[in-house]
Design a protein around this ligand. Structure first.
Ligand SMILES: [Zn+2]
Length: 346
């Protein structure tokens, strides 16, 4: 693999490091890394991966940019509000490093699609905000034998570990059937951008080590960072020999992580008064004609990939062409489902 003069200049400060060679830079260029979630953790992670010159960066996110994101999700600009994050992230990152190939996927990762969405990647990095979605990623990681750097942050705290299938335990070994606590999300208890950047930096350091064939620091170790006291601790974690996900005992525990389903449509709670809706199959919606119907009485924005409609003040539904959607401004999942159905005419 030959680097151009510009590329050698671009990566010169990495190549000047005593333990980072041209071979390592080539290894990064050959690596496909998937970042699941382009929010608070995903944004700084994506920015670093792109700047470092990872070859292919896949970005999976179903959400749209909103004003309250901009305090920490600094990949986005005011003009990106209302756009799908995966697309806005890829567009903005391409301007940072045109060497990188981006694969934006406007979808919500879940038990049904996780394997398909992460297939072909060499490393999975966590930018998620629910345990349910992380369990889906974990199962795909174990099944496809792809290392998964798990990370999470809330308030001033964060934790992180690297799961390497067949070597370490997995997320289910660590968390078991723990569920999301709806009382503790970033919109209720807050999160500082500082902890997100610290945890994202550690994620990328693990990805650098994995991609260049070196030993990651956090395989079998959970690191805990507290920015309120500026303390960092880590402790060993172990494989659970009876784990239904990674021990070969194949009741895979997926029932424990499902939120709710109705008519095969999955409705799951997101961070702010909002819900993610996933239909059982690709609906291939005709967004233009839905837009025409709704435009009579509502404010509607249609781009090739998505449609966003304000049904009432503060209540918006954003639908992707394949039928997945985000309903914002409601507190009740049944109400979210009803609004979704009224938009797509189900
Ligand atoms: Zn396990």
């Amino acid at each position: 693999m030959k680097f151009t003069k510009d590329q050698l200049e671009r990566y010169s400060r990495m190549l000047a490091l005593s333990d980072f060679s041209l071979k390592d830079q080539e290894a990064l260029q050959r690596t496909t890394v998937t970042v699941v979630g382009a929010g608070g953790l995903g944004c700084p992670t994506l920015r670093l991966l792109t700047a470092l010159g990872f070859g292919t960066v896949r970005i999976i996110d179903h959400d749209v940019v909103e004003l309250s994101n901009l305090q920490r999700q600094t990949l986005y600009r005011v003009e990106d509000i209302g756009k799908p994050k995966a697309k806005a992230a890829a567009d903005n990152l391409a301007r940072l490093n045109p060497d990188v190939k981006f694969e934006p996927i406007l979808d919500s990762i879940n038990e049904r699609n996780a394997v398909k969405l992460v297939e072909g990647s060499d490393i999975i990095l966590d930018g998620l905000d629910t345990i349910a979605a992380r369990h889906a990623v974990n199962r795909a990681s174990v099944k496809l034998r792809i290392p998964y750097v798990y990370a999470g942050a809330l308030e001033y705290y964060g934790n992180i570990t690297t799961f390497i299938p067949e070597r370490t335990g997995c997320l289910y070994c660590l968390l078991g059937t723990a569920r999301d606590d709806p009382q503790r999300t970033c919109s209720t208890v807050g999160v500082t951008p500082v902890i997100l950047n610290v945890i994202a930096s550690i994620e990328v350091q693990e990805a650098l080590l994995l991609a260049t064939g070196k030993e990651p620091h956090l395989a079998g170790k959970l690191m805990y960072v507290d920015m309120r006291t500026l303390s960092i601790d880590s402790f060993e974690i172990h494989r659970n020999d009876a784990c239904p996900v990674c021990s070969g005992n194949h009741q895979d525990g997926s029932e424990a992580t499902k939120v709710s389903t109705s008519d095969e449509i999955t409705v799951s709670a997101l961070c702010t008064n909002s819900f993610n809706i996933i239909p059982p199959k690709n609906l291939s919606l005709d967004l233009e004609s839905i837009g025409e119907r709704l435009r009579v009485s509502h404010k509607v924005k249609v781009s090739g990939l998505f449609l966003s409609v304000e049904l009432e003040e503060g209540i918006t539904v954003t639908v992707m062409k394949k039928g997945t959607a985000v309903v914002k401004g409601v507190t009740d999942p049944d109400e979210a489902l009803r609004l979704y159905k009224s938009v797509v005419e189900m």
